[in-house]
Design a protein around this ligand. Sequence first.
Ligand code: ADP
Ligand code: ZN
Length: 618
Amino acid sequence: MTTALTLLKDVFGYGAFRGPQAEIIDHVIAGGDALVLMPTGGGKSLCYQIPALARQQAGHGVAIVVSPLIALMHDQVGALHEAGVEAAFLNSTLSGEAANAVEKRLLRGELTLLYAAPERVTTPRFLELLDRLREAGKLSLFAIDEAHCVSQWGHDFRPEYRALAVLHERYAGVPRIALTATADGLTRADIVQHLQLEEARQFVSSFDRPNIRYSIVEKTDPTQQLLRFIEGEHAGEAGIVYCQSRKRVEEVAEILCRQGMDALPYHAGLDAEVRQKHQDRFLREDGVVMTATIAFGMGIDKPDVRFVAHLDLPKNIEGYYQETGRAGRDGLPSDAWMAYGLQDVVNQRRMIDESPAGEEFKQGLRGKLDALLALAEATDCRRVRLLAYFGEQSTPCGNCDNCVAPPAVWDGTEAARMLLSTIYRVQQANGLHFGAGHIMDVLRGKVTDKVNQFGHQKLSTFGIGAALSEQQLRGVLRQLIATGALQVDASSYNTLHLTEGSRAVLKGEQPVALRESINQPAGRVRRERGSRKGAPPAAAAGLTEAAQQRFAALKAWRADVARSHNLPAYVIFHDATLAAVAAADPRSVRDLEGISGIGAAKLEKYGPGVLDVLQAMA
Ligand code: ADP
Ligand code: ZN
């Protein structure tokens, strides 16, 4: 039997397995069940594709891949086809005739992999097909992708997934591999229970994504900050900008377009057809920026998303990690960038307070939000905190904003005490609560109409904080609210209220450490990296000027090929592969051999075309 490593090299053109891939693949080839937890971009697909190839060659027949991502099946199968693997899909987008043709190929034993949606797999008709394969001994493997869909705890719950237990009951002995990028224990337990994977070996990878740089900046002028970030670091590259509301998504897309970027909106309020068109353009073309609500993302397996930006705070760390995880699947340097401010804290807290859920549930949501706020306020390594949240210990990463440029920290304890005592005093004086703006005015000694109206210049704290800037005070307020030492009452004009937690701060028992200004470090990071404005894209970094020209020409050639095959560009070759070709400047098909990402089928199909492009430039 061909070894897994040979298949990896010949079919996919890669030189080595990543992380636990080899172990997983060996286990499944040998007929074992597996539950694979691996972060996005970890390389889950090969964990069932290579066993499918190996088991097919050993005479075991076809592998069935269950996936909820109907919209992506065409491209996934296309990618296998490019690599010379016989694969097909069955889903509701196929005509009856086309579906019949696929079924015939399936029964004739012509397929190595068949992709199907869960609701299709569990129909009587499909199960009969499987019965026939099984009787002939030609059912080699079940791969259940996005396995967390079986769990109600995640936000992708699909009841159809529960019915997949039938695969175990009806086809006992056919190995099954379930895969997910969702890390938490509850979801894992649900998968084991509902898919009856008690006997399966569990493979849990580190959830670290070392190529992603995490940065969180203080929100001052978010749109301008976003523009500076994209233009400075990712001009012309593909990225996702997440915003909370549909309206904001539209606005930001428009602003980016006005700046000459290729930006598209995506949210649940758009027609399904428009959404599909925008998703296709994002996947297929180079350098499209998707401005989106969280409705966009599940199963986006575009490998060269160079940045994920958040203009609004997500609800929790799980959401943040899943969304930022869509950057850099190809392993090249990528950015997760977020702008975060006082208003975000107020909004997220209000949404929880106003939700109709029970108090206990809300308490859970608040706890999760607090963990995210602590991450945003952190002055130490972001990655250490992220991984710790998922139960992994690590050491400072050297690749987040706080590691690259440790922020200056100032002691905000005194400022916090002044703020809290001002809030206490205005309430004592009038029996009324006020919002952040007025409290800051009193503390800084600004005589406004409101100050006059309530006689607040007579308070003992009036003007004692004159030396503090509004930005500093906002920072202190944000942290007080984030840590629960202060509460915002959304039902009455966002007024500020003292809490149980205020006392320790007032007494000076709880120090308040603040970053000097969260937006400073990002600037420093950029300077240290050297201005990347006009710099080559991640894959081309380090190429000579001549090689960069070859890279550009190869990308243009790839765009043509992708268009004529109706496939995304990355399915033809990844950026990293084209960059390696551009650097090597090969003169013969022989020279192309062994370049990562060029397997036997692609070498034969595209080798001559690639050489032509290079020849024309030599
Ligand atoms: P996941 O499904 O875990 O998010 P994928 O299976 O889509 O990840 O793989 C992410 C990217 O990494 C893909 O572009 C894939 O081709 C690439 N990849 C996977 N395994 C390897 C490997 N061993 N060597 C090189 N590239 C790999
Ligand atoms: Zn770090």
